[in-house]
Ligand binder design. Structure first.
Ligand SMILES: [Zn+2]
Length: 548
């Protein structure tokens, strides 16, 4: 180190204050630090060049604007001395603080003084030997404070207090109650619109296009400008990620979910996602914008649609195909033909075949997709043609009615037979008592009759089950309107959209013989699918007649 007189030292005063570090006492305030440093400079006859302040930045990081400015001045040789009130003002990270004191400052011929800790790198003082130890203390202190702050936060979150600095689009902070959300009435309608569009089968991209073409500013844009809709909007566009995050956010049904992201440690400020079970969820903390049914429906569509962006192709039927036997989801895998240089084709297979010995289904996916879409179009077309549909459906209803009557008649007959057996058993018992019937004959015949009765009872149970299955669930009016709109839109599509498919179809099961069972979300369509061949045949008959 150079041998300089005090006047030759060009001093940079470094001041740092951070509430995050627990600097609450007046002794740590900026003005107090400044007073101490100025007094020192005056007393020691030093030359003050500049004051560097980092207000509100933790000592656990060294990436602070004031600190960086100071380093720049050191490198430009504008200063050759740094003073701080104490060591912890310089930093609370032991390793990095040590680096500046023991390496950086000496290398750049900078004298460092921490006044209240009696550290002066210019003097060969014993105090300097405890510098590393002091730094460790500061480091531990930071760790402790960081823990304390986090536990206070968690406690408040458990009480349902809303602690994020920003609010979800559609909400604002309560004007008088701290940490409480209220609905932002101006945005309520647009949030509803987004959920309605998605639950009615429109995709996130369609919603983004709608919002952007209607000049709505993104949530960020609204936060920054306070403007919801602007004719001359430039930038602040919506994107699919924002929409999907909104659609998943339980805030809209009145719940507060916090601790979703957490900082790994007080030193490494990397953020990781917290597992769902460790998140802090409090229900009904504020007024909802979206009703629970709509929210559930949206979650259902989101889940089925999946967010697997890694896949190159997203197969139309992915997520809908199930194994008829083990009821597990079927996999779509790429397989090459045995022929050389052939292209790989997607095949459907039961993932359970190898593990638990389910049927090793191997089915060409592309063919299946074509088949399913043609069936769907057919069903929707018949349904959309009201006149045709009602006529066929009536016929079908009549047919089920016939089946029902048949079941009922069979059931009556079985009941009659059971009653007969019972009365015979009674008569035989009396005959036995009278001595008309021998004991061993009685046992033999009654055994036979009881066996018959058991068989009849089994048949009866089976029939009752069948009968209840034929009871058609009646779609209510809302459902009817929903399905009509859905089918109308579906038929307008040039290319079948996954969203519509998910709303129409619940699942598709395939069995080992490659029979396909389509389960719709609407009972009328289900009965059509079951009797598809007949529907198509009658429809053809009717349309042939229409030609005349
Ligand atoms: Zn299976």
């Amino acid at each position: 180190m150079l041998d300089l007189s005090n006047e030759q030292f060009k001093v940079g005063m470094y001041i740092r204050l951070s509430r995050e570090d627990g600097d609450k006492q007046e002794s740590e305030s900026i003005s107090n630090q400044r007073n101490i440093l100025q007094r020192y400079v005056k007393e020691k006859n030093l030359t003050l060049v500049k004051e560097y302040i980092d207000d509100g930045i933790s000592g656990t990081t060294f990436n602070r604007p004031g600190f960086n400015e100071m380093l720049q001045d050191i490198e430009n040789k504008n200063i050759n001395m740094v003073i701080t009130k104490d060591l912890s003002r310089l930093g609370r990270d032991y390793i990095k603080t040590g680096f500046y004191i023991e390496e950086y400052f000496p290398k750049n011929n900078v004298r460092y003084i921490a006044i209240t800790d009696d550290i002066d790198t210019y003097l060969d003082s014993n105090n300097n030997d405890i510098t590393p130890f002091k730094a460790i203390m500061n480091d531990m202190y930071a760790k402790d404070i960081s823990k304390k702050i986090r536990s206070v936060y968690k406690e408040k979150q458990k009480q349902g207090e809303y602690l994020c600095s920003t609010t979800a689009y559609g909400y604002k902070k309560h004007p008088s109650i701290r940490n409480k959300l209220v609905v932002d009435r101006k945005l309520q309608g647009i949030v509803k619109k987004i959920f309605d569009m998605y639950s009615n089968g429109q995709g996130s991209l369609e919603i983004v296009n709608y919002l952007n073409s209607h000049q709505y500013l993104s949530p960020l844009g609204y936060r920054k400008t306070g403007v919801i809709q602007d004719e001359n909007k430039t930038g602040y566009n919506w994107n699919e990620v924002t929409i999907c995050n909104m659609l998943r956010n339980e805030v809209y049904i009145g719940n507060t979910v916090q601790n979703k992201k957490s900082v790994i440690s007080y030193k490494v400020k990397k953020i990781r996602t917290v597992e769902k079970e460790n998140q802090i969820r409090v229900n009904n903390t504020h007024e909802p914008i979206i009703d629970k049914d709509t929210f559930e429906k949206v979650q259902c569509i989101l889940k089925k649609r999946g967010t697997n962006t890694k896949l190159k192709y997203d197969y139309l039927l992915r997520g809908l195909l199930y194994c008829y036997h083990c009821k597990r989801k079927l996999q779509i895998v790429l397989k090459k033909n045995s022929k050389r240089n052939s292209k790989a084709h997607p095949y459907i297979t039961c993932s359970d075949a190898k593990v638990r010995g389910c049927y090793p289904l191997s089915m060409n996916y592309e063919k299946l997709e074509k088949h399913i879409t043609s069936i769907l179009k057919k069903i929707c077309k018949i349904y959309a043609d009201k006149e045709v549909f009602e006529r066929i459906y009536e016929k079908y209803q009549n047919k089920t009615l016939d089946i029902k009557i048949d079941y009922r008649n069979k059931l009556l007959q079985i009941n009659k037979n059971i009653n007969e057996i019972n009365s015979n058993l009674d008569k035989m018992y009396i005959d036995k008592l009278k001595g008309v019937l021998q004991e061993e004959d009685y046992i033999r015949i009654s055994k036979k009759l009881i066996f018959e009765r058991t068989k009849l009872n089994e048949q009866k149970k089976e029939l009752i089950q069948k009968l209840s299955k034929t009871e058609e669930k009646v779609d209510n009016k809302n459902r009817k309107k929903e399905i009509e709109e859905l089918i109308e839109n579906f038929l307008k599509l040039e290319k079948i959209d996954k969203m519509y498919l998910y709303r129409l179809i619940n699942k598709i099961e395939i069995d080992k013989d490659k029979n396909i069972y389509i389960y719709f979300n609407f009972s009328k369509l289900n009965s059509m699918a079951k009797n598809m061949d007949e529907f198509i045949r009658i429809e053809e008959l009717i349309s042939e007649k229409n030609v005349y």
